[in-house]
Design a protein around this ligand. Structure first.
Ligand SMILES: Nc1ncnc2c1ncn2[C@@H]1O[C@H](COP(=O)(O)OP(=O)(O)O)[C@@H](O)[C@H]1O
Ligand SMILES: [Mg+2]
Length: 250
């Protein structure tokens, strides 16, 4: 589904991503791990079009996407999580979901879209979709709550829900487990599993919590110093000496 070839990105003198290559296969939950500063978030920013690579290629369903502007990316049905910003905190949960396609599309596109006469009909469809997402995530009761009043974990669920609004085939998650309690994490795992098995979605996620990665992800890609260091099942990764060294060294 996703191919990354010899990807390179530097910031000043720092080679954040230094000739990284890997693939994400259809209907997997692929994990991306590695010591702090390995280049994981930069890889996500390159895939989602926030940065342009200095070198290499990114292909989604065999089409190059590394030269597209960011607002084109969601049209490819590739979504990522965004933190609930201060502006979004002042909006209700349902409105957060309803404007999610706006954030993913880019504002200029959204504005032109709003001039289309069939827009009312579209708006109704978006609302139905938002209600479906809330139902799926079991937070319908929070529909009219201001996002700013949600707990940290509920905000994470909302961030996740926002990615689902554009019916993506591939969802990128950067540390979905950060700051959420084990009970909610178990639920989130369940949702990810269900979306993969029943909706054929593919997940690519960065996570620090090793227990979580080992349970949820197969395969797991390990990055170190801007490159792919290893790839394999949880067991293979745990037994890999190079991986252990990279973590101890870091
Ligand atoms: N926007 C940026 N400007 C300057 N340096 C950056 C920027 N983003 C990342 N870096 C640097 O690139 C390296 C990789 O960072 P990052 O991709 O965030 O790693 P990870 O997510 O694996 O912890 C780090 O040395 C980081 O300081
Ligand atoms: Mg990071």
């Amino acid at each position: 589904m996703l191919t990354v070839q010899n990807l390179e990105k530097s910031f000043g003198g720092i080679r954040a991503v230094d000739g990284c290559s890997f693939e994400v296969e259809d209907e997997t939950i692929t994990g991306l791990i590695g010591p702090n500063g390995a280049g994981k978030t930069t890889v996500f920013n390159l895939i989602s079009g926030f940065y342009q690579p200095d070198g290499g290629k990114i292909l989604f369903r065999e089409n190059r996407i590394d030269d597209l502007p960011p607002y084109r990316i969601p049209h490819l049905r590739l979504a990522r999580t965004f933190q609930i910003t201060r502006e979004l905190q002042k909006m209700t949960v349902i409105d957060n979901l309803m404007v999610a396609p706006l954030d993913q599309m880019g504002e200029s596109l959204w504005n032109s879209w709003f001039r289309i006469p069939s827009v009312k009909n579209q708006e109704r469809k978006i609302k139905e979709k938002a209600l479906d997402v809330l139902d799926f995530l079991e937070i319908e009761d929070l529909k009219d709550e201001y996002a700013g009043n949600l707990s940290g974990g509920q905000k994470k669920l909302l961030e996740f829900g926002r990615t689902m609004m554009t019916d993506p085939e591939l969802i990128l998650l950067d540390e979905p487990g950060a700051g959420i309690n084990p009970t909610l994490m178990k639920k989130l795992n369940g949702y990810i599993e269900t979306l993969r098995s029943e909706e054929s979605m593919t997940f690519f996620l960065i996570e620090h919590d090793m227990d979580l990665v080992m349970q949820l992800c197969d395969p797991i890609i390990v990055m170190s110093e801007g490159k792919k260091l290893a790839e394999g099942s949880a067991r293979e990764i745990q037994e890999n000496e190079k991986v252990l060294e990279a973590y101890l060294g870091g």
